[in-house]
Design a protein around this ligand. Structure first.
Ligand code: BGC
Ligand code: NOJ
Length: 827
């Protein structure tokens, strides 16, 4: 195997350092985590948007282009006719040195050529609608350097979808203004838009361009724009066609001299009545004010220090010191960072998600919460309310909603019958972390319709009931359009390639299609719901709207349904060596030894073992053993086996993928943690750790960068499975539920620090050879330093625990203010 390395971790700075620009695939980072976002690759490719990658795209990007990763924020340096970029692309002039450091919401790219070093720090300052680019040019040579510097960004005409298709309109709408050193993009501002974008620099410029064809040349590429190659800006004004922003700056550097240039790519909204200062002249006050906030190196450095402090603070909430640097760097830095990114982006914008396809997923966003809630609980709270507001009165859900409008997305609609359960999952995680029961008292509408408000608790109740009210012939949950596996489309029956598997239901009437995955999910979240109902009477005194509910009766009712589901799984959902996956439209088994292909699936093994269904009878261990025998491989656990080799119309999209990819026997990293948690339910710490390690990026990073292909510092959604052409190759990095699930698994089930209603429940599950370790955990304003030792080499079980030297009964560290030392002895 080719073991070439393209970079390494710098743990001290929490950075991944890329040392070769020609990575096997663009390795990207995310800037911004509130309203303004940028994607940036290791060669400065990517784009920016405000809140919504589809509706408010600021700069243009070309997907799947040749060459790959075309378009970004480029600095061209013309040094006596040699033209180069600090990030190597787009000119690809060989550099004397190159380095890209991806850090926590910032990226620094440094290149040098012929004695000149150019280093660019990219970040979105906190609470700011702009990307800062601080370019430092240094003359390391012995002669005076006279450089011609060109910046470059290409505007997107706001809607990233129509920007790529509606050229009969687009080519006539583009408008810009130029004033001082700022280029303004104001397409459509004259009519319904009250926003514009701008690209400015903090020094006087000697020229500019705003028309792409004039700057680049119609038959040229970004690699050789006419203006740059000739070293002469055209001072062009875009009228229609493709507006861009390029500044031209003449630089003179004495030997040893270094100078900073601060560029700002920003976004502004104006009130309707304040849009213009004169006919056709836009109100620039806010842009100019924003420029002033970042017009010196000192100001930029202060904003950058603020961002770094912000991340120090977030990442100090949970830190593990296990003595295993590969584990620590994922737990303490990269896994949590990826959770922030998935919380912000859901599945919308990456180098695999175009930002025009999907909004925020109902199930995705709920799951993302378990990786995020400990970081910024207030934002998790707001998110829960937003998600619940898109629900329907019967508990059903829009599968997605748009971040800008927060409205359910009609194109995809609903009918994914696992969706409601995830609201319970996300909300419970929030309450356990914060102790904030008041969220259940909040009045939340259905489908965003004013006048329909009920309590959030009622939303949980209808979520629970949605499963209960939609049971099939075996008393198992009807699957609807699909469950977690979007591609197991049991009511679809499509022979038409123009139909979307995601939205087509050609056959529903009389369907017997039931899901064991939802059954397990329902038992897990149903138990949570019961527990919540039991504990709520202690917390409702302060509440307005929940006083009259008989929670004890509700807990009993819910428990009965959970028990019935457990029985139904044992009776109709056990195949002999593993849990079945589903029943199809006709009531035939899916995921059974009787099937020729797809005999066993991971989802039901994961959820039914997590739910502990049949633990006493040994079903959990049998199922987990079957996973090891049939689904596990070198790179992780595949989704199903044997892979489907032909199209099965009664199963839909799953059988449309070639063997070993995606939902057809790919290693869907997202669901590996379910099995890992299942292993911890069975107290099999060694197995849990082995499965976990296989998909832990830092282990992959060590020796498989070329094969893995995508970023080795975050999880990807899918790694090609054992049946694929190139097993171990990763795809779809960054935006995946894997991030939250990896975090949940390691923090709560392996290292075993579980937020609970009354405090922190300590319940590790370790490989028998595990070292002693320490976790520091901030929790509800207090700080806990937890030392775990394992003198007898067990996997599970807390033999003894003290808090501040005092023995405690059981394994819950009570939530209480202050600083506490917890000693845990396993045994
Ligand atoms: C993919 C799924 C994805 C779905 C929705 C399918 O093609 O395989 O992973 O969730 O599309 O976009
Ligand atoms: C990706 C989707 O975002 C997620 O919701 C789904 O569960 C998985 N694919 C599996 O199909």
């Amino acid at each position: 195997m080719d073991n070439k390395r393209y970079g390494h971790f710098d743990d001290q700075h929490r950075e991944y350092v890329i040392t070769d620009p020609q990575t096997p695939w663009p390795w990207i980072n995310y800037l911004g985590n509130e309203d303004f976002f940028s994607l940036i690759s290791n060669t400065a490719g990517g784009y920016s948007f405000y809140k919504d990658a589809k509706f408010r795209r600021l700069t243009r990007y070309r997907y799947n282009g040749v060459p790959m990763d075309n378009g970004g924020r480029y600095f061209y340096i013309n040094d006596g006719g040699t033209v180069w970029n600090p990030g190597w692309k787009p000119c690809k002039t060989p550099l004397d040195s190159y380095e890209c450091r991806h850090g926590m919401n910032y990226t620094r790219i440094t290149g040098s050529k012929n004695g000149v070093e150019a280093s660019v720090l990219f970040f979105v300052p906190l609470h700011t609608w702009a990307e800062v680019q601080k370019l430092t040019l240094t003359n390391n040579s012995n002669e005076v350097k006279r450089l011609k510097l060109f910046s470059f960004a290409e505007w997107c005409l706001w809607n990233a979808a129509t920007d790529m298709e509606n050229f009969q309109r687009n080519f006539s709408t583009g408008e810009v203004e130029i004033e001082d050193s700022i280029i303004y993009h104001k397409t459509e501002y004259r009519e319904r838009r009250n926003h514009y974008a701008f690209y400015g620099v903090n020094v006087p410029i000697q020229g500019y361009d705003t028309d792409r064809e004039t700057f680049v040349g119609l038959y040229n590429e970004f690699a050789n724009p006419d203006a740059v190659i000739e070293g002469r800006p055209r001072n062009s004004h875009a009228h229609g066609w493709s507006p861009i922003a390029s500044h031209y700056i003449e630089v003179e550097l004495q030997p040893g001299e270094s100078r900073d240039y601060i560029f700002l790519l920003g976004y502004v909204e104006n009130k309707q009545e304040e849009k213009f200062i004169a006919p056709q002249v836009i109100n620039k006050t806010q842009a100019v004010a924003m420029m002033a906030r970042f017009d010196s190196s000192e100001k930029v450095d202060a904003a950058f220090a603020e961002l770094c402090d912000y991340w120090d603070n977030l990442l100090n909430i949970y830190t593990a010191n296990t003595g295993n640097e590969k584990l620590d760097r994922m737990v303490n830095v990269w896994n949590q960072y990826q959770c922030m990114v998935t919380f912000c982006m859901s599945r919308s914008a990456s180098f695999f998600e175009s930002g025009i396809g999907r909004g925020m997923g109902f199930r995705d966003s709920n799951q993302d919460l378990v990786g995020f809630v400990h970081l910024i609980p207030e934002r998790a709270r707001e998110r829960i309310i937003d998600i619940a507001s898109t629900q329907f009165p019967d508990g059903g859900c829009y599968h997605q909603y748009q971040p800008l409008t927060k409205r359910g997305n009609n194109d995809i609609g609903g009918g994914f019958n696992d969706d409601p359960c995830w609201l319970i999952f996300g909300t419970v995680a929030y309450i356990k972390e914060t102790g904030d029961f008041s969220i259940l008292d909040e009045m939340v509408p259905f489908d965003n319709q004013p006048g329909t408000e009920v309590t959030l608790f009622e939303h949980l109740r209808v979520s629970f009931n949605h499963v209960v009210n939609n049971l099939g012939p075996h008393s198992l949950p009807l699957i609807g359009r699909a469950d977690w596996n979007d591609c197991l489309n049991l009511n679809c029956f499509s022979w038409d390639p123009n139909e979307s598997f995601q939205t087509t239901e050609n056959k529903t009437e009389g369907s017997q299609a039931e899901s064991l995955m939802i059954a397990g999910l329902f038992v897990v979240t149903g138990k949570d719901y019961v527990e919540l109902c039991k504990i709520l009477p202690d917390h409702i005194k302060a509440m307005q709207n929940l006083k009259d509910i008989d929670f004890a009766a509700e807990a009993d009712r819910a428990q009965r349904h959970v028990d019935e589901m457990v029985d139904a799984v044992k009776t109709h959902g056990w195949d002999g060596e593993w849990y079945l996956r589903a029943y199809d439209f006709y009531g035939n088994k899916i995921g059974s030894d009787e099937c020729e292909e797809g005999k066993i699936f991971i989802e039901s093994q994961g959820w039914c073992t997590m739910a502990g269904i049949g633990l006493e009878e040994g079903l959990v261990e049998r199922s987990l053993d079957s996973v090891k025998e049939r689904l596990e491989c070198e790179h992780g656990i595949v989704l199903n086996n044997p892979a489907f080799t032909t199209y099965h119309v009664e199963m839909g999209e799953i059988s449309s993928y070639p063997e070993g990819y995606k939902e057809n026997a790919g290693i869907f990293c997202h669901n590996n943690p379910w099995v890992i948690i299942g292993e911890t339910v069975a107290a099999r710490g060694d197995d849990a750790w082995n499965h976990y390690k296989k998909i832990l990026p830092s282990y992959v990073e060590e020796d498989r960068q070329t094969l893995h292909k995508v970023e080795p510092y975050v999880n990807c959604q899918m790694v090609a499975g054992k049946d694929a052409y190139r097993p171990g190759e990763g795809k779809n990095s960054w935006l995946t539920g894997t991030a939250a699930w990896m975090w949940y698994t390691v923090s709560e089930f392996i290292l075993g620090i579980k937020p609970h209603y009354d405090g922190l429940l300590i319940d590790p599950c370790l490989p028998k050879t595990a070292h002693d370790y320490t976790v520091t955990r901030r929790f509800r304003g207090a700080e806990y330093e937890i030392h775990v030792s394992n003198p007898n080499g067990v996997s599970k079980g807390v033999a003894k625990m003290t808090v501040d030297g005092m023995p405690v009964e059981g394994a819950v560290v009570p939530a209480q203010p202050g600083k506490h030392i917890v000693e845990v002895v396993m045994g």
